[in-house]
Design a protein around this ligand. Structure first.
Ligand SMILES: *[C@@H]1O[C@H](CO)[C@@H](O)[C@H](O)[C@H]1NC(C)=O
Ligand SMILES: *[C@@H]1O[C@H](CO)[C@@H](O)[C@H](O)[C@H]1NC(C)=O
Ligand SMILES: *[C@@H]1O[C@H](CO)[C@@H](O)[C@H](O)[C@H]1NC(C)=O
Length: 293
C-alpha cells in the first residue's frame, strides 16, 4: 500500500512547487512519487495564478524595449542559461521537481521494468517539455502585448525605483522578470504531467487502449474538460483585474492611464492563460503517450 497522500508546496525563489510525496521504495536510485488527486492538483494550480499575474504586471510596468528580443531571443536565452547553470547546481531540475530548464539537458525518462512497474498514481518521467513552444510564444506574442500595456502607462510607472527606468541599466530587471515569468509558466504547464497521471489513475481501463493505439484524438477528448478550462480562464481574468487595479491605485495613476493599463494587462493575461491551457493539454498528451514505456 502507498502511504497517505500529502502535498508539499513551497514558494521560494520561483514559486517552485514540489507536488508529490516520496514513497520509501525506490527504483534506479529514484524515489517513487505518488501524485495528488485531481482536485488537489487544481487547488495548487490556482495558487500559482497570483505569482504569474503579478510577475506579468511587474514586467508590463517596464518599457518593453523590443530590440532586447530582436535577435530571436538570443540575449534572453543567454541570460537564462547563466541562471539555469546555478539553479541546476542547487538541484532545481532534479527528478520530480517538475521544473524543466530552457537551455540545459532534461532529466532522463523512466522505463517500466519487472522490478519497477509504475502502478497508476505513480509519476513516470517522460521526455516532453513545453519550453520551446513557450519561449516562442513569449517572443512572438507576449513581448508585444507587454509592450502594448507599457505604452498605456506612458512612462509614468515608477515600478520599485525612484527614477523612471530606461536604458541598459534596467535590462537586468527586465530579463530577470522575463526569466521568472517563463520559469513560472513552464512549471505551471509541466504540472500537466501530474494532472495526466491523476486522470490516468482515475480511469486506467479507458486510457490504456488509447495509449497503446496512440489515438491522440480520443485521448484529447478524454483529457479535455472545457468547464474546468473556463473556471481557470475566469480565475485568471479575476486575478488580472484585481492585481492590475491595485497596481495602478498604488501608483496614483490617472483614470485614463489606469483603465488602459488594466485593459491591456487583462488582454495579455487572457492570451497567456489560453496558451497555458493548450500547452498543458499537450504536456498531458505527451506524458500519457510515454506512460506505458
Ligand atoms: C472511464 O472513461 C470511460 C470513457 O470515457 C467512461 O465511459 C467511464 O465511465 C469512465 N470510468 C470512470 C470510472 O470514470
Ligand atoms: C469538469 O470540470 C468540472 C469543473 O471542475 C467538474 O465539475 C466536472 O466534474 C468535470 N467533468 C469531468 C467529466 O471530469
Ligand atoms: C470571478 O469573479 C466573479 C465576480 O466576482 C465571481 O463570481 C467568480 O466566482 C470568480 N471566478 C473565479 C474562478 O474566481
Amino acid at each position: 500500500m502507498m502511504p497517505t497522500l500529502r502535498v508539499f508546496t513551497s514558494f521560494c525563489c520561483s514559486a517552485g512547487l514540489a507536488i508529490a510525496v516520496r514513497v520509501p521504495s525506490s527504483h534506479n536510485g529514484r524515489p517513487a512519487l505518488v501524485v495528488p488527486t485531481l482536485p488537489e492538483v487544481r487547488a495548487i494550480l490556482a495558487q500559482l495564478q497570483g505569482p504569474i499575474v503579478s510577475t506579468l504586471i511587474a514586467r508590463a510596468a517596464l518599457p518593453a524595449e523590443p530590440s532586447l528580443y530582436s535577435d530571436g531571443g538570443r540575449f534572453l536565452t543567454s541570460f537564462i542559461h547563466k541562471k539555469e547553470v546555478v539553479a541546476q547546481a542547487t538541484g532545481r531540475y532534479t527528478y520530480g521537481t517538475l521544473e524543466y530548464p530552457f537551455t540545459l539537458p532534461l532529466v532522463s525518462p523512466d522505463t517500466i521494468t519487472s522490478i519497477n512497474s509504475f502502478p497508476g498514481g505513480v509519476f513516470h518521467q517522460d521526455t516532453y517539455t513545453p519550453n520551446p513552444g513557450l519561449l516562442s510564444f513569449y517572443l512572438r506574442t507576449l513581448v508585444a502585448l507587454l509592450g502594448d500595456a507599457n505604452a498605456a502607462v506612458e512612462g509614468t510607472s515608477i515600478f520599485f525605483h525612484l527614477t523612471q527606468p530606461a536604458g541598459p541599466a534596467d535590462r537586468d530587471t527586465k530579463f530577470t522578470l522575463d526569466a521568472q515569468l517563463l520559469a513560472s509558466l513552464s512549471h505551471r504547464a509541466s504540472i500537466g504531467k501530474v494532472v495526466a497521471e491523476a486522470k490516468f489513475n482515475a480511469n486506467i481501463t479507458a486510457y490504456t487502449p488509447l495509449i497503446q493505439s496512440r489515438d491522440r484524438g480520443s485521448l484529447r477528448v478524454l483529457l479535455t474538460n472545457t468547464t474546468q478550462e473556463q473556471v481557470v480562464l475566469d480565475g485568471a481574468a479575476n486575478a488580472s483585474l484585481e492585481l492590475a487595479t491595485a497596481w495602478e491605485t498604488a501608483q496614483a495613476a490617472s483614470p485614463t492611464i489606469s483603465t488602459n493599463f488594466i485593459t491591456r494587462v487583462q488582454i495579455a493575461v487572457a492570451e497567456v492563460y489560453r496558451e497555458l491551457i493548450d500547452m498543458t493539454t499537450d504536456v498531458e498528451m505527451e506524458y500519457l503517450l510515454q506512460r506505458l514505456d
